[in-house]
Write a protein that binds this ligand. Structure first.
Ligand code: EPZ
Length: 427
């Protein structure tokens, strides 16, 4: 089983270009099924979640061609409406296809994606939005059979929580429908804006993407176009965290600094010097980080839940005690036991983690529990004394493109190995 072996203690410096956003590419790729013709998606990251999405597109009848970081998707003869269980389970966010399939074919058969490492991940808000648009849904033994009588009908959809995925599904379904849809309490993440920009370039009439109220005037048809995916704000933040942890000096290019609005002030609170110039963010770290007084994860533009695990690693070696509250997912502290193995001092109670900074972390064999928890462990290995082996890195490959190569470019000592050195068991 593959793992990363990291020799800690090196100061990271240099610059790199941020990858394309996983959480923008996935819904946009789902949207390429809905639009007619050949879409060209630039800056599409090479990730296992993107590969899983490509499998679903091919299963629905799309023809796909990969040209470096460009993906060409021809959906002209794609009219499938069913996603097999194994593909749904491979990537839970495949539920994002529901709205696109219903808008194109008037029916959909998918299975409930099931929970994952960070929580139950229900889809009640997705189904609520579809039903409001006129979809009949029959749920039986984890299978969902959805159908629309004639066309989806525009309506008002009020979300009790600004769910990113439910907002994306509502936008996709209502973009090709009869009448106008208003989404109230919509998610405001940059990935929503990117999806709306892509759909509007295809002929959709979506107003207010990125705001809490989005109005979509349904159209009859969408036509394929070219689009470049925005940068991955969480991947960009992760490399900045690597610099912060090693007293380093890191520049990340091709970013949208405003998309890290909830993150940069926290980095400054730890004593890092952060400067922004056009699409580049530069971080210069102190030799010793200050604690984070209180960090609460929130929907955008608050501090993003996806950056909670990696920034906790900074808190483990900061001066003083930090408090971290995970408000979005109910079990997103699975990286804590692994950090404890490396000498961190963390107490958790429900959604609250109290982190007492220690002098140093120590290398150990640890297991990546999920995508962002895995990145937190790699960061810990970069600052730890000695050798750290992180196994279970298939989780990390879901969201970080060429992670170890980029870190090596910044002077880290990290290699990907096929065999497991320690006695860790791949989960
Ligand atoms: C998206 O997941 C991202 N994934 C997640 O990134 C991210 O953590 C999350 O948004 C929040 O920003 C993709 O975009 C592919 P939600 P999503 O619906 O859409 C509850 C990563 O590491 N909820 O905003 O699934 C849910 O349980 C991944 O890149 C319901 O209760 O997130 C959670 O507690 C992890 N019912 C909260 O809302 C629903 O129908 C936020 O979920 C839907 C969600």
């Amino acid at each position: 089983m593959a793992s990363f072996v990291i020799n800690g203690g090196r100061r990271l410096s240099g610059s790199l270009v941020a990858q394309g956003s996983k959480n923008s590419a996935l819904p946009i790729l789902a949207a390429t099924y809905l639009v007619s013709g050949k879409s060209v998606i630039h800056n599409c990251p090479r990730l296992s979640d993107v590969e899983s999405t490509i499998k679903i597109l091919e299963n629905l009848g799309c023809k796909i061609e990969r040209r470096g970081t460009d993906l060409v998707i021809d959906s002209s003869s794609a009219f499938g409406f069913e996603i097999p269980e194994d593909l749904m389970r491979e990537m839970r966010s495949s539920v994002i296809f529901l709205g696109a399939i219903l808008a194109k074919t008037g029916r959909a058969v998918i299975s409930t994606p099931g929970g994952c490492e960070i929580g139950l991940r229900p889809i009640d808000l997705h189904l609520f939005a579809m039903r409001k648009l006129g979809v009949t849904i029959r749920e039986e033994h984890g299978r969902l059979e959805c159908s629309v009588n004639k066309r989806l009908k525009g309506t008002k959809i009020t979300l009790t929580f600004p769910s990113v995925g439910a907002t994306e599904n509502a936008i996709l379904a209502s973009s090709v429908s009869e009448g106008t849809t208003t989404i109230i309490n919509a998610a405001r993440e940059p990935e929503i804006i990117d999806l709306c920009n892509f759909l509007n370039k295809c002929g959709a009439k979506i107003h207010g993407g990125g705001e809490s109220i989005i109005v979509i005037e349904g159209v009859k048809k969408l036509t394929a176009t070219e689009h470049s995916v925005i940068c991955d704000r969480i991947a960009a933040a992760t490399y900045l965290f690597a610099g912060a942890l090693t007293g380093g000096d890191i520049s990340v290019k091709n970013t949208v600094p405003a998309h890290l609005g909830g993150i940069l002030p926290i980095l400054e609170e730890t004593g890092c010097e952060v400067s922004v110039r056009c699409n580049e963010i530069r971080l210069k770290a102190p030799l010793k980080l200050n604690r984070i007084d209180k960090l609460i994860t929130q929907p955008y533009p608050g501090f993003p839940t996806d950056a909670q695990a990696p920034i906790m690693t900074l808190a483990t070696v900061a001066r003083g005690t930090s408090v971290i509250v995970e408000n979005i997912f109910e079990s997103r502290f699975k990286h804590v036991p692994e950090l404890l193995r490396m000498g961190a001092r963390i107490r958790t109670e429900g959604r609250v983690a109290v982190v007492d900074g220690v002098e140093r972390l120590y290398g150990a064999s640890v297991v990546s529990p999920d995508l962002r928890g895995g990145s937190a462990l790699v960061l810990a290995g970069l600052t730890a004394i000695g050798v750290t082996e992180v196994s279970g890195i298939k989780h990390i490959d879901r969201g970080y493109e060429e992670f170890e190569k980029n870190l090596c470019m910044l002077n880290a000592d990290i290699v990907r190995t096929k065999k497991s050195y320690g006695n860790t068991k791949e989960k």
